[in-house]
Design a protein around this ligand. Sequence first.
Ligand code: N01
Length: 868
Amino acid sequence: MDQPRPDPDVVVVGAGFAGLYMLHRLRRLGFSTVVIESGGDVGGTWYWNRYPGARCDIESIDYSYSFDPDLQREWQWSERYATQPEILRYLGHVADRFDLRRDIRFATRVTSAAWDGAARRWRLRTDRGDEIACRFYIMATGCLSVPKTPDVPGVERFAGASYYTGRWPHEGVDFTGKRVAVIGTGSSGIQCIPIIAQQAAALVVFQRTPNFSRPAFNGPVPAAKKARFDADPAAYREAARWSRAGVPMENTLVRTFQVSEAERLAAYEAAYASGDLLAFNATFVDIGSNPEANETVCEFLRNKIRAIVRDPETAEALCPKDHYYGTKRPCIDTGYFETFNLPHVRLVDLRKDPIRTITEKGIDTASQSFEFDAIVYATGFDAMTGAIVGVDVRGRDGVSLRDRWADGPKTYLGLMTTGFPNFFTITGPGSPSVLSNMAVSIEQHVEWVSDCLAHMRAERLDVVEPTPTAEAGWGRHVNDCAEITLFPRANSWYMGANVPGKARVFLPYVGGVDRYRKLCDEVVRRGYLGLAFDGPGGARCNDGVVARLQVDVATLLDMMAELGVPAFETLSVADARALSVAVAANRPPGPAVGEVVDGTLPGAAGPLAYRCYRPASAGPHAIVVYFHGGGWVLGGADADDPFCRDLCVRADAMVISVDYRHAPEARFPAAVEDGFAAVRWIAANAERLGGDPGRLAVCGWSAGGNIAAVVCQLARDAGGPEIAGQVLVTPVVDCDFGRMSYVANGEGYLLTTALMRWFWDHYADPAERTDPKASPLRAADLSGLPPALVVTCEFDPLRDEGAAYADALAAAGVDARHLACRGQIHTSIPLVDAILSANGARAEIAAALRRFLAAAAGSTVPRAAAVS
Ligand code: N01
């Protein structure tokens, strides 16, 4: 009889890349650890996926452990992309080298895990009848480990041999002389089809969705790569840890349509020739977010397929057309498309001829009947959540994880979930995982979790769990990140779309390995932000949300910090103006409009430049008079050019961006007097400008928002011109620096308190600032003003005064709406095509303008009243 074994501190499920390192690391830290593994040996995904052609598609140098310098020195990969047997040998070597197997129970599956709140322990059961109690329960079960049950009728009827790529027989399969079917053309299908074709007498590939694939150009480890790695392995690994996808790579800031077509194609040819899975992502910055940009990659790759596959009909069927490049996992292959030129290989396009049923002898489609000796199912996995909810996990109060995640997984950092104390998932949903080099993401998670456990031991804490606030905040951030990409548009396993009935949510974290690592580090630095601890050391919790900025805003702030752009307020006015022009030169240009015309109009004290943006649609158009930002000191009629274009296209209105005299040369009230003069002149000359008289709204950003607000008050008081609506984007409406948003956001978000003081000092004397023409919030009467949309941004010093103005307008009976933009900063809204997360706000701004202008068209106000 076996001796009863003492309870371990930790149970880890899975002995793949993640479980092995978890065990090693916990052992080193002195935690007694047991690993439970359903396979007969170590290897995880590489233990099960033994199908012909299986190999990694991240280069092996990258797809390997970095935690031990001796290990990485002594192991030499024989190929650029190692085969499954070689990777399995590597993991076996790691297990031997660190003597890991003695703590692994093989051929054992955890069936249930329940949190015992009284004992502060997990109680696990296995399919061998073991009952194990442990303090910490860690699932290192892999993201693609539960094969999807093929949702094809009649699977059980087939009398020949059936194989599943994810559960391939250990002894291998000889297809020589056989008639073989392969169903599925994802990574597994694309890897095995060329090899099976070499053996089979006849091969029919059943394809539902064609996939983007290109040659891997596999071979020996490239000399340049090896030399770079060998020169300084530690630096190389560090670069990988702080890269976007876990592989050292230059990030580009160049946008697709910024270069000529010839340059673009050259970049794509180079990416194609590299054989690197990630190369296309590095060509242009907007490939993953801009549909037109992405389409250029799609068409480039389709043309490559058309050039390889001789039969045009087959070639066309193999060309992906229903999803953007990268939104379903792309592949790299060895001879995949060439395989379809072989006389004994056929493609069946299931979109045209769907499978009706599997029969005893083969497969019946809607129009054909096939007979086979073997069917290979390469039909994919219940990804990211399948293995986790495959165990009956019960947390606090017996709540089932399966139920809690029924509408999609809820996690904090992809590592933990509320209500399930001391429970961790390695590369869980909500972490970069499958969108990254798994080896890097696994190491980061293992290290984070083991550091957390060590921290708890040191602090005499024995229970940890994320707070609902932290978890909800993380969930929002994960979604926000996905929303600005093309990913959610595809029916991919990233979206859970491949498993019938599975919740459709974007599962991994797309903000990047580098940003993710930074956030995980920040959580620790801030006293394990968002985690509630309890134990003899006391109860403690620093509750909060870790990623409150939108990811593109955070990236912009990092970039500005790296560039070391000097603070405007430290410069002379001339230098500040030169800097603002230089910064603006690098921004994306914004959308094309029908026409852009520059002109001048009479201001209060001389001519003012204006720039008119006309929609491509037939006029006459309603007019939006726009006032640029720049603190009354910087900028000009062209200063917010991309934003004006965006407004013009979205609102289908003529946008006339008018300049005004700037401070300090012309101080208060020059700017607002010019603004009012410009609106009067434009209203009077609308027809001559090609606009629709009587349909005029105003819009302004920042100091321009101030001018727009003041102009509305002046127009009301002067009895015209008629203004149909006002959109005030993060406007300056008051001169009080004491509001909470100044206190909280006065530093670190580009517009600082110091800069606002500099602007005000140049613009108006302290005594003048309380004048409603400087601080429109202070107007004694706000009634009778045009309908308003006031846009504020969460991390803007001006946030609270904007909100106060919206409230005050509404209180005065004005149709005023306040749009509060989460995670945005003062400069977000005008940064068209750079801050994509503000697109929703831009759409709302345009919708408000359309609404105001449409109402004006229907109003009974005589047109003449608008002309002064
Ligand atoms: O699975 P998949 P996979 N009738 O889900 C089709 C990683 N991986 O095992 O797209 C007909 O990608 C399905 O069609 P559709 C990698 O991350 C890495 O190939 O749902 N067809 C699809 O074509 C990869 O993304 C490597 O319309 C059906 C295919 O089956 C992930 O694992 C190697 C069907 C499934 O493709 C999964 O790859 C292998 C049905 N009823 C895997 N059901 C490396 O190179 C499904 N399909 C490292």
